[in-house]
Design a protein around this ligand. Sequence first.
Ligand SMILES: Nc1ncnc2c1ncn2[C@@H]1O[C@H](COP(=O)(O)OP(=O)(O)OP(=O)(O)O)[C@@H](O)[C@H]1O
Ligand SMILES: [Mg+2]
Length: 279
Amino acid sequence: MSAAALSLPEQSGVPIGIRNVSKEFGEHSGKPFQALKPLNVSIDAGAFVSVVGASGCGKSTLMLIAAGLLKPSSGEVVVDGRPVVKPITDVGIAFQDHLLLEFRTAFENVMLHADIRGLPRQPLEKRARDLFAQLKLEHAMNKYPSQLSGGMRQRVSLIRTLVHDPAVILMDEPFGALDALTRLQVRADLEELWLRRRPTVLFITHSVEEAVGLSDRILVMSPSPGEVIDDIQVSLPRPRPLVLGDAPEFTRYVDRIHRHFARLGVLHGVEPGAAKEPA
Ligand SMILES: Nc1ncnc2c1ncn2[C@@H]1O[C@H](COP(=O)(O)OP(=O)(O)OP(=O)(O)O)[C@@H](O)[C@H]1O
Ligand SMILES: [Mg+2]
């Protein structure tokens, strides 16, 4: 089925503009360290955009700046036409660690947003129940995190990220701690949930395959100081099968990214020219 063939009635996403954003740490004390070179990226409303790059290239720094949790040294991030000058509140954030509270059940962990923000619980409870059902996790709702597997905890965390229907979702290596099989399952869950509402997603991953499997667009970053060295439109149909194997249209994108990393010395022992040029 092609993306165009899917009915996507609700597109809750908003555009994101990253304008000339750079970051130097230690500007005011010690030796300055440039973490990010100036970045310019415009992200369309409802797009799923991944960022891939070597460890330490500045991905999390970019994410924190986009969320308004870190001030850039230059430039600005604009979400839905408004400059981000403080932490943005209707964003959904997910990090590598699921960060569930051990003394709350799975359901109450998901409802944390409502409680912290003083939002009425009823509509969010309904949405939370729907999401638990969609992910076939109803049986886990009243369990505590210690009673759940790692994959279940990560999916509860995913529900918490999505429960208030955020227009923007920022995810920093959310599946990094999962085993390969569970990671595939949660990836499929994420794509399915994203297709239902189409929030704008900025997704950081170390997995090139995961980026190609999920994204409309992939930003490839250079090693530190990070800058965008390739901006790849991924025009594969959705929903995407999990087992793409060596389908040439899939490996074409993977090879293109690996070739950058080989050239930049991020992947050692790989001939930079080994991967085929994309058609
Ligand atoms: N608060 C800080 N003060 C000084 N340097 C920092 C700070 N935060 C990050 N850095 C440095 O900035 C660079 C980019 O860090 P960042 O966490 O953004 O990398 P990353 O791409 O997310 O890496 P990883 O893939 O390992 O998570 C690193 O060299 C890091 O040491
Ligand atoms: Mg990081």
